[in-house]
Design a protein around this ligand. Structure first.
Ligand code: HEM
Ligand code: SF4
Ligand code: SF4
Length: 532
């Protein structure tokens, strides 16, 4: 039931994102920067809020006038800031909704990745809490409506002894102290929201919290344009002697308010409860099958920390050495954080298929899909290749390359394949060309797999693809699982390019099977390149 819904929403995202991305590049794809844009809008709201506070009078009698002055006398600075505050808050809601849908569509929320999803739930509540308390402060007709409806909703819950809605029935009973409490809440709730936003990204490494400069600049210009074109204004002064009947509503923060009367308060709470319960249970509907977490083999670990730097999920820590080897640290995996993407295997300097040993061992490996098995699969896939040019594809199981069956080896993430595997394939003459096929650039399933692979191939990140590897015989293709036609087109182009190259002279005359000898493995030193 959930999987088809996910597939439909994903198709929707693909349909919008892919052509846009091809035109403007991944950096300008706002849908790939939603979390970062969320932080950016939050900071705009925070800075503009502090600015507005300078002009705001926190007393109930003078609050409305002080806000009016902001939009009239000081319109050109404080007024613009007020619009920034309002519209950036609205954009934050849009971002949260689309971000939630996208993380759902791309299945980033199940298994070990439940944490970011679940911490998103308090974020939603706190965001709404911040927006709703903000509307009270203007103390106009809308504020009055929000105050009454919120109090009525809260009164329905058996929390407060005396109904708080009574505060708003006549001027005599609305105390300034209560208003001050709202001002305090409007500062405290966003601060707590910021704290939860920080918790939200604790379990992922290098989270994108700043959008690319161009995207940030474009968002600011758009906000300024809207602020000047349609400045945020107040409605009429709140009149506690009259019930607020016709008010202009903010549909971003108050979409449920009109339903309080028509459905009833109980139904609104039931809706909110069901929504929260559903979001809370989603990561386990159905649970993701868990493969065994990565394991460190100390005999092959020199404590270089590359695996810890490349792991996208903060699952590896460097800890003091325990086996007496002359290295200060060793890698340690936290199995409850490991999603078995294999990126650490591709990062480890000991992961070299050139090793000739009884068993191919490396510093860190996936128990269910060891490097040795990967090497065996590569050799097995190469053996039947006959049609020239012979092309081997190392394909991420989440990208567009998996449907292409001829000579394809599927991996949990392309960054699991160490660059030396490509070197191995070409230098052992197992194929005439190697394709590394991952997810679409801005939608890497394992967050950093595409980035690390590109950097390793471009020789800007260890472990490098050695310079002796003929680049014209390698290709990187980044397509989503739905872009099968584009993938086939790109691979056909690559095949044509390779076919036009002179026949490959194998640098090693070794046969296309692994020569296993009894030579013992050595410890790989930091920075050392392991050669055949
Ligand atoms: C103010 C609101 C929010 C902000 C600023 C925010 C920010 C972020 C950021 C910066 C990331 C990391 C992106 C990356 O670099 O890969 C992220 C990931 C994520 N967020 Fe949010 N988020 C917000 C709300 C939510 C909500 C409401 C949900 C869902 C209920 C949610 C679910 C997730 C999930 C599932 C991930 C992916 C974690 C992973 O890749 O394992 N977020 N968010
Ligand atoms: S497989 Fe390695 S890189 Fe991937 S999450 Fe586990 S420890 Fe991190
Ligand atoms: S040698 Fe391998 S397992 Fe050890 S710290 Fe370096 S990358 Fe990690």
């Amino acid at each position: 039931m959930i999987a088809p819904i996910r597939a439909i929403i994903r198709r929707g995202f693909e349909w919008i994102e892919r052509p846009f991305e091809r035109l403007f590049g991944p950096a300008l794809n706002p849908l790939a920067q939603l979390g970062a844009l969320g932080f950016f809008f939050f900071w705009i709201v925070a800075v503009s809020g502090v600015y507005l506070f300078i002009f705001f009078d926190t007393g109930i009698e003078r609050a409305y006038e002080s806000v009016e002055r902001i939009s009239t006398i000081y319109w050109y600075h404080a007024g613009v800031m007020r619009s920034f505050h309002r519209y950036a808050s609205d954009l934050l809601v849009v971002m949260v909704v689309v971000h939630l849908l996208r993380e759902f569509a791309y299945d980033h929320y199940r298994g070990v990745r439940w944490f970011s999803w679940l911490t998103g739930l308090p974020i939603i509540w706190l965001l709404y809490g911040s927006g709703i308390t903000g509307y009270w402060l203007v103390w106009d007709k809308l504020a009055h409506f929000v105050a009454i409806t919120t109090s009525e909703l809260l009164d329905w819950l058996p929390i407060f002894g005396e109904p708080i809605a009574r505060n708003f029935i006549s001027t005599g009973t609305l105390t300034s102290r209560f208003f001050t409490l709202m001002v305090f809440m409007h500062v405290a709730v966003p601060l707590f929201l910021l704290f939860i936003m920080w918790v939200h990204i604790l379990r992922i490494s290098r989270p994108k919290v700043n959008p690319p400069r161009m995207l940030a600049a474009l968002s600011l210009v758009a906000l300024l344009g809207v602020a000047l074109w349609k400045p945020a204004l107040s409605q009429e002064h709140a009149d506690l002697t009259k019930a607020p009947v016709e008010v202009g509503l903010d549909w971003f923060y108050l979409p449920l308010y009109p339903f309080t009367n028509s459905w009833g308060r109980g139904a609104v709470w039931a809706f909110l409860g069901t929504f929260s319960l559903m979001i809370g249970l989603m990561p386990w509907l159905p649970p993701l099958r868990r493969a065994k977490a990565a394991e460190v083999d100390l005999a092959h670990c020199n404590g270089c920390a590359r695996c810890a730097e490349d792991c996208p999920y903060e699952a590896i820590r460097m800890v003091p050495r325990t086996d007496g080897m002359p290295f200060p640290t060793q890698a340690q995996v936290n199995p409850s954080l490991c999603v078995t993407c294999g990126i650490c295997v591709g990062a480890c300097p000991s992961s070299t298929p050139f090793r000739r040993s009884m068993e191919l061992r490396t510093g860190i490996d996936l128990p269910d899909f060891q490097l040795q098995l990967l090497r065996e699969r590569v050799v097995a896939a190469a053996t039947p290749l006959q049609e020239s040019p012979r092309v081997l594809t190392l394909a991420c199981e989440h990208g567009g390359g998996t449907r292409y069956t001829v000579g394809t080896i599927t991996l949990p993430c392309v960054a699991m394949a160490p660059p030396s595997l490509t070197d191995f394939i070409l230098s052992r003459n197992l194929a005439d060309g190697v394709v590394v096929a991952g997810c679409a650039e801005s939608a890497c399933y394992h967050r950093l797999g595409v980035t690390w692979t590109k950097q390793r191939f471009n020789r800007t990140r260890d472990p490098y693809l050695r310079s002796r590897v003929p680049r014209e015989r390698t290709a990187m293709i980044w397509t989503s699982a739905l872009e099968t036609r584009r993938f086939e087109q790109e691979i056909a182009n690559f095949r044509n390019r390779v076919a036009a190259l002179p026949a490959m002279a194998a640098r090693h005359s070794a046969p296309a099977t692994i020569a296993v000898s009894a030579t013992t493995d050595r410890q790989v030193q930091p920075g050392e390149k392991v050669d055949p």
